[in-house]
Design a protein around this ligand. Structure first.
Ligand code: ZN
Length: 351
Protein backbone atom coordinates (compact mmCIF):
# COMPACT_ATOMS: atom_id res chain seq x y z
CA UNK A 1 0.00 0.00 0.00
CA UNK A 2 1.52 3.34 -1.09
CA UNK A 3 1.67 6.15 1.46
CA UNK A 4 2.89 9.75 1.83
CA UNK A 5 6.26 8.45 3.15
CA UNK A 6 6.94 6.83 -0.26
CA UNK A 7 6.54 10.21 -1.93
CA UNK A 8 8.93 11.83 0.54
CA UNK A 9 11.55 9.15 -0.25
CA UNK A 10 10.92 9.68 -3.98
CA UNK A 11 11.41 13.46 -3.64
CA UNK A 12 14.58 12.98 -1.54
CA UNK A 13 16.08 10.69 -4.19
CA UNK A 14 15.11 13.09 -7.00
CA UNK A 15 16.54 16.18 -5.22
CA UNK A 16 19.85 14.33 -4.54
CA UNK A 17 20.11 13.17 -8.14
CA UNK A 18 19.29 16.61 -9.58
CA UNK A 19 22.01 18.18 -7.40
CA UNK A 20 24.55 15.88 -9.13
CA UNK A 21 23.51 16.83 -12.70
CA UNK A 22 26.57 18.27 -14.46
CA UNK A 23 24.91 19.87 -17.50
CA UNK A 24 21.60 20.79 -19.15
CA UNK A 25 21.20 17.37 -20.83
CA UNK A 26 21.46 15.48 -17.54
CA UNK A 27 19.07 17.94 -15.95
CA UNK A 28 16.50 17.45 -18.72
CA UNK A 29 16.79 13.64 -18.40
CA UNK A 30 16.10 13.93 -14.66
CA UNK A 31 13.11 16.19 -15.32
CA UNK A 32 11.60 13.69 -17.77
CA UNK A 33 12.23 10.77 -15.42
CA UNK A 34 10.57 12.39 -12.40
CA UNK A 35 8.07 14.89 -13.80
CA UNK A 36 7.44 13.89 -17.44
CA UNK A 37 3.81 13.54 -18.46
CA UNK A 38 4.07 9.94 -19.59
CA UNK A 39 5.21 7.33 -17.17
CA UNK A 40 7.36 9.46 -14.91
CA UNK A 41 7.82 8.51 -11.28
CA UNK A 42 5.50 11.29 -10.08
CA UNK A 43 2.88 10.41 -12.71
CA UNK A 44 2.89 6.81 -11.57
CA UNK A 45 2.55 7.88 -7.94
CA UNK A 46 -0.35 10.17 -8.88
CA UNK A 47 -2.21 7.30 -10.52
CA UNK A 48 -2.09 5.38 -7.27
CA UNK A 49 -4.57 7.82 -5.72
CA UNK A 50 -7.46 6.00 -7.42
CA UNK A 51 -6.68 2.76 -5.62
CA UNK A 52 -6.52 4.33 -2.15
CA UNK A 53 -9.30 4.33 0.43
CA UNK A 54 -11.18 7.64 0.34
CA UNK A 55 -9.96 8.74 3.81
CA UNK A 56 -6.31 8.42 2.73
CA UNK A 57 -6.71 10.29 -0.55
CA UNK A 58 -6.34 13.93 0.71
CA UNK A 59 -3.07 13.25 2.63
CA UNK A 60 -1.64 11.28 -0.27
CA UNK A 61 -2.63 13.98 -2.77
CA UNK A 62 -0.99 16.64 -0.63
CA UNK A 63 2.19 14.49 -0.46
CA UNK A 64 2.21 14.20 -4.29
CA UNK A 65 1.94 17.97 -4.67
CA UNK A 66 4.68 18.56 -2.13
CA UNK A 67 7.02 16.07 -3.85
CA UNK A 68 6.31 17.71 -7.22
CA UNK A 69 7.03 21.17 -5.81
CA UNK A 70 10.31 20.04 -4.23
CA UNK A 71 11.51 18.40 -7.44
CA UNK A 72 10.57 21.44 -9.57
CA UNK A 73 12.36 23.76 -7.18
CA UNK A 74 15.46 21.51 -7.21
CA UNK A 75 15.45 21.52 -11.05
CA UNK A 76 15.21 25.31 -11.14
CA UNK A 77 17.98 25.98 -8.64
CA UNK A 78 20.31 23.41 -10.26
CA UNK A 79 19.70 25.00 -13.65
CA UNK A 80 20.49 28.45 -12.24
CA UNK A 81 23.68 27.11 -10.63
CA UNK A 82 24.84 25.46 -13.89
CA UNK A 83 24.29 28.63 -15.96
CA UNK A 84 25.86 30.89 -13.35
CA UNK A 85 28.94 28.66 -13.29
CA UNK A 86 29.33 28.79 -17.08
CA UNK A 87 29.14 32.61 -17.05
CA UNK A 88 31.79 32.71 -14.31
CA UNK A 89 34.19 30.48 -16.21
CA UNK A 90 33.77 32.40 -19.48
CA UNK A 91 34.62 35.62 -17.61
CA UNK A 92 37.71 34.06 -16.07
CA UNK A 93 38.94 33.06 -19.52
CA UNK A 94 38.83 36.63 -20.77
CA UNK A 95 39.98 39.19 -18.28
CA UNK A 96 39.76 39.81 -14.57
CA UNK A 97 39.42 43.55 -14.19
CA UNK A 98 39.93 43.30 -10.44
CA UNK A 99 43.54 42.08 -10.76
CA UNK A 100 46.28 44.66 -10.11
CA UNK A 101 48.05 45.67 -13.37
CA UNK A 102 51.36 44.11 -14.35
CA UNK A 103 54.16 46.71 -14.05
CA UNK A 104 55.34 48.10 -17.40
CA UNK A 105 59.12 47.71 -17.72
CA UNK A 106 60.52 50.76 -19.47
CA UNK A 107 63.75 50.21 -21.40
CA UNK A 108 66.69 52.56 -21.25
CA UNK A 109 69.97 53.20 -23.00
CA UNK A 110 73.05 51.28 -21.95
CA UNK A 111 75.34 53.69 -20.04
CA UNK A 112 78.00 53.36 -22.77
CA UNK A 113 75.48 54.31 -25.47
CA UNK A 114 74.15 57.17 -23.34
CA UNK A 115 77.70 58.48 -22.79
CA UNK A 116 78.51 58.25 -26.52
CA UNK A 117 75.39 60.32 -27.23
CA UNK A 118 76.41 62.89 -24.60
CA UNK A 119 79.89 63.17 -26.14
CA UNK A 120 78.48 63.52 -29.67
CA UNK A 121 75.95 66.13 -28.57
CA UNK A 122 78.51 68.24 -26.70
CA UNK A 123 81.11 68.24 -29.48
CA UNK A 124 78.22 68.80 -31.88
CA UNK A 125 77.55 72.14 -30.20
CA UNK A 126 81.12 73.12 -31.18
CA UNK A 127 80.66 72.14 -34.82
CA UNK A 128 82.04 68.59 -34.68
CA UNK A 129 80.27 66.03 -36.88
CA UNK A 130 79.93 62.50 -35.46
CA UNK A 131 81.13 59.72 -37.79
CA UNK A 132 82.02 56.05 -37.38
CA UNK A 133 84.76 53.80 -38.72
CA UNK A 134 85.71 50.14 -39.12
CA UNK A 135 86.50 48.11 -36.00
CA UNK A 136 88.76 45.72 -37.92
CA UNK A 137 91.65 47.75 -39.28
CA UNK A 138 94.77 47.34 -41.36
CA UNK A 139 98.22 47.61 -39.86
CA UNK A 140 98.71 50.70 -42.02
CA UNK A 141 95.86 52.78 -40.56
CA UNK A 142 96.19 51.50 -37.01
CA UNK A 143 99.97 51.98 -36.83
CA UNK A 144 102.05 53.04 -39.81
CA UNK A 145 100.03 56.06 -40.94
CA UNK A 146 100.23 57.29 -37.34
CA UNK A 147 104.05 57.23 -37.28
CA UNK A 148 104.24 53.79 -35.66
CA UNK A 149 106.21 51.66 -38.16
CA UNK A 150 107.00 47.97 -37.52
CA UNK A 151 109.48 47.68 -34.66
CA UNK A 152 108.43 51.00 -33.08
CA UNK A 153 108.33 50.59 -29.28
CA UNK A 154 104.86 52.25 -29.14
CA UNK A 155 103.40 49.07 -30.65
CA UNK A 156 104.09 47.32 -27.36
CA UNK A 157 101.61 49.66 -25.68
CA UNK A 158 98.88 48.58 -28.08
CA UNK A 159 98.96 44.82 -28.12
CA UNK A 160 95.78 43.69 -29.83
CA UNK A 161 93.74 40.81 -31.23
CA UNK A 162 94.71 39.75 -34.75
CA UNK A 163 92.43 38.27 -37.36
CA UNK A 164 93.75 35.55 -39.69
CA UNK A 165 94.05 36.73 -43.28
CA UNK A 166 92.98 34.20 -45.92
CA UNK A 167 94.49 36.39 -48.66
CA UNK A 168 98.07 36.18 -47.41
CA UNK A 169 100.18 39.17 -46.43
CA UNK A 170 98.34 41.90 -48.36
CA UNK A 171 98.82 44.99 -46.14
CA UNK A 172 95.53 46.45 -47.42
CA UNK A 173 93.42 43.62 -45.93
CA UNK A 174 92.02 44.38 -42.46
CA UNK A 175 93.84 42.28 -39.93
CA UNK A 176 93.49 43.52 -36.42
CA UNK A 177 90.98 44.78 -33.92
CA UNK A 178 91.74 48.51 -33.90
CA UNK A 179 93.51 49.44 -30.70
CA UNK A 180 92.23 53.02 -30.76
CA UNK A 181 89.89 55.23 -32.78
CA UNK A 182 92.87 57.24 -34.13
CA UNK A 183 93.06 55.33 -37.47
CA UNK A 184 89.94 57.30 -38.41
CA UNK A 185 91.99 60.52 -38.30
CA UNK A 186 93.87 59.29 -41.36
CA UNK A 187 90.82 57.81 -43.10
CA UNK A 188 88.91 61.11 -42.75
CA UNK A 189 91.84 63.25 -43.93
CA UNK A 190 92.36 61.02 -46.98
CA UNK A 191 88.74 61.52 -48.04
CA UNK A 192 88.10 65.16 -47.13
CA UNK A 193 89.67 68.57 -47.60
CA UNK A 194 90.06 70.99 -44.66
CA UNK A 195 88.38 72.43 -42.71
CA UNK A 196 87.56 69.23 -40.81
CA UNK A 197 85.81 68.88 -37.47
CA UNK A 198 84.81 65.32 -36.60
CA UNK A 199 84.29 63.25 -33.49
CA UNK A 200 84.48 59.46 -33.83
CA UNK A 201 83.08 57.27 -31.06
CA UNK A 202 83.57 53.52 -31.34
CA UNK A 203 84.67 50.14 -30.06
CA UNK A 204 88.35 49.24 -29.71
CA UNK A 205 90.25 46.09 -28.78
CA UNK A 206 93.24 45.44 -26.59
CA UNK A 207 94.99 42.29 -25.51
CA UNK A 208 94.65 42.91 -21.77
CA UNK A 209 94.74 41.09 -18.48
CA UNK A 210 91.41 42.60 -17.38
CA UNK A 211 91.02 44.30 -14.03
CA UNK A 212 88.89 47.07 -12.51
CA UNK A 213 90.16 49.65 -15.01
CA UNK A 214 91.20 47.50 -18.01
CA UNK A 215 88.95 45.66 -20.44
CA UNK A 216 89.90 43.94 -23.70
CA UNK A 217 86.90 45.52 -25.45
CA UNK A 218 86.35 49.20 -24.74
CA UNK A 219 84.91 52.33 -26.32
CA UNK A 220 86.75 55.52 -27.19
CA UNK A 221 85.92 58.90 -28.64
CA UNK A 222 88.33 60.56 -31.02
CA UNK A 223 88.27 64.19 -32.05
CA UNK A 224 90.01 65.78 -35.02
CA UNK A 225 90.05 69.38 -36.21
CA UNK A 226 92.06 70.54 -39.23
CA UNK A 227 92.10 74.12 -40.43
CA UNK A 228 94.39 77.06 -41.10
CA UNK A 229 95.84 78.77 -38.03
CA UNK A 230 94.66 76.21 -35.46
CA UNK A 231 96.77 76.23 -32.30
CA UNK A 232 97.07 74.46 -28.96
CA UNK A 233 94.88 77.24 -27.51
CA UNK A 234 92.00 76.07 -29.71
CA UNK A 235 92.52 72.51 -28.46
CA UNK A 236 92.45 73.66 -24.84
CA UNK A 237 89.35 75.76 -25.41
CA UNK A 238 87.46 72.84 -26.94
CA UNK A 239 88.40 70.47 -24.11
CA UNK A 240 87.60 73.01 -21.38
CA UNK A 241 84.19 73.49 -22.92
CA UNK A 242 83.69 69.72 -23.14
CA UNK A 243 84.68 69.21 -19.47
CA UNK A 244 82.28 71.90 -18.27
CA UNK A 245 79.39 70.62 -20.35
CA UNK A 246 79.80 67.03 -19.27
CA UNK A 247 80.92 67.45 -15.63
CA UNK A 248 79.44 70.84 -14.74
CA UNK A 249 80.61 74.45 -14.57
CA UNK A 250 83.01 73.81 -11.66
CA UNK A 251 85.02 71.31 -13.68
CA UNK A 252 88.62 72.11 -14.48
CA UNK A 253 91.13 70.63 -16.92
CA UNK A 254 94.82 69.92 -16.42
CA UNK A 255 97.25 69.52 -19.32
CA UNK A 256 100.61 67.81 -18.78
CA UNK A 257 103.24 67.03 -21.42
CA UNK A 258 102.94 63.51 -22.81
CA UNK A 259 104.13 61.56 -25.82
CA UNK A 260 102.16 60.12 -28.72
CA UNK A 261 103.86 59.22 -32.02
CA UNK A 262 101.18 60.95 -34.11
CA UNK A 263 100.89 64.30 -32.30
CA UNK A 264 103.52 66.94 -31.57
CA UNK A 265 103.41 68.48 -29.04
CA UNK A 266 101.32 66.00 -27.07
CA UNK A 267 99.56 66.29 -23.74
CA UNK A 268 97.72 64.19 -21.23
CA UNK A 269 94.36 65.62 -20.14
CA UNK A 270 93.01 65.23 -16.63
CA UNK A 271 89.61 66.45 -15.47
CA UNK A 272 89.15 67.69 -11.91
CA UNK A 273 87.37 65.09 -9.76
CA UNK A 274 83.66 65.86 -9.71
CA UNK A 275 83.04 63.31 -6.95
CA UNK A 276 85.25 64.76 -4.19
CA UNK A 277 86.41 68.04 -5.81
CA UNK A 278 89.90 67.16 -4.58
CA UNK A 279 88.85 67.17 -0.92
CA UNK A 280 88.78 63.44 -0.14
CA UNK A 281 92.16 61.68 0.21
CA UNK A 282 90.29 58.33 0.17
CA UNK A 283 88.28 59.12 -3.02
CA UNK A 284 87.83 55.96 -5.12
CA UNK A 285 87.33 57.91 -8.34
CA UNK A 286 90.48 60.07 -8.34
CA UNK A 287 92.60 58.09 -5.88
CA UNK A 288 92.76 61.15 -3.65
CA UNK A 289 94.77 63.50 -5.88
CA UNK A 290 91.73 65.39 -7.21
CA UNK A 291 92.42 64.69 -10.91
CA UNK A 292 91.17 61.99 -13.25
CA UNK A 293 93.38 61.17 -16.23
CA UNK A 294 90.86 60.98 -19.00
CA UNK A 295 92.35 61.48 -22.44
CA UNK A 296 95.36 62.15 -24.62
CA UNK A 297 95.69 64.98 -27.10
CA UNK A 298 98.05 67.06 -29.17
CA UNK A 299 98.68 68.90 -32.42
CA UNK A 300 98.55 66.55 -35.42
CA UNK A 301 102.13 65.58 -36.38
CA UNK A 302 103.33 67.24 -39.63
CA UNK A 303 104.39 63.84 -41.00
CA UNK A 304 100.81 62.55 -40.59
CA UNK A 305 99.53 65.60 -42.47
CA UNK A 306 102.11 65.15 -45.24
CA UNK A 307 101.21 61.48 -45.64
CA UNK A 308 97.59 62.36 -46.52
CA UNK A 309 98.70 65.12 -48.89
CA UNK A 310 98.11 68.17 -46.67
CA UNK A 311 100.68 70.98 -46.57
CA UNK A 312 101.66 71.33 -42.88
CA UNK A 313 102.81 74.91 -43.50
CA UNK A 314 99.25 75.82 -44.43
CA UNK A 315 97.12 73.43 -42.33
CA UNK A 316 97.37 72.57 -38.69
CA UNK A 317 95.14 70.45 -36.58
CA UNK A 318 94.57 69.01 -33.18
CA UNK A 319 93.37 65.60 -32.10
CA UNK A 320 92.21 64.13 -28.84
CA UNK A 321 90.99 60.75 -27.66
CA UNK A 322 89.59 59.30 -24.45
CA UNK A 323 87.67 56.38 -23.02
CA UNK A 324 83.87 56.32 -23.02
CA UNK A 325 83.68 53.85 -20.11
CA UNK A 326 86.13 56.06 -18.21
CA UNK A 327 83.73 59.02 -18.55
CA UNK A 328 80.75 56.87 -17.60
CA UNK A 329 82.62 55.54 -14.55
CA UNK A 330 83.45 59.04 -13.34
CA UNK A 331 79.94 60.39 -13.93
CA UNK A 332 78.25 57.46 -12.18
CA UNK A 333 80.86 56.60 -9.56
CA UNK A 334 81.18 53.07 -11.01
CA UNK A 335 84.25 51.40 -9.49
CA UNK A 336 84.83 48.60 -12.03
CA UNK A 337 84.91 48.89 -15.85
CA UNK A 338 83.96 45.20 -16.24
CA UNK A 339 80.44 45.93 -14.97
CA UNK A 340 79.56 47.63 -18.28
CA UNK A 341 79.81 44.41 -20.28
CA UNK A 342 78.31 41.96 -17.79
CA UNK A 343 74.65 42.68 -18.62
CA UNK A 344 73.64 42.56 -14.98
CA UNK A 345 70.25 44.31 -14.85
CA UNK A 346 70.78 45.38 -11.24
CA UNK A 347 73.74 47.44 -12.47
CA UNK A 348 72.19 48.66 -15.73
CA UNK A 349 68.92 49.72 -14.07
CA UNK A 350 70.84 51.93 -11.61
CA UNK A 351 71.45 54.47 -14.39
ZN1 ZN B 1 88.00 62.43 -6.08
Amino acid sequence: MAGPQDLKALADRAVAEIAMCADDAALEAARVRYLGRKDSEVTRATKQIASLPTKDKPAYGAAVNEAKARIESALQSRSAALHGASIDSSLRERVDLTLPPRPVRIGRLHPVTATIRDVSRIFGTMGFETIEGPEIETDYYNFEALNIPPGHPAREKWDTLWVSNPLGDDPKVPLLGRTHTSPMQVRVMEKRKPPIRVVIPGRCYRYEATDAIHESILHQYEGLAIDEKLTMADLKGVLYSFARQIFGSKSNVRFRPDYFPFTEPSAEIAFSCVICEGKDPQCHTCGGDGWIEAAGCGMVHPDVLRRVGYDPDRYQGFAFGGGIERLAMVMSGTPDIRLFAQNDLRFLESF
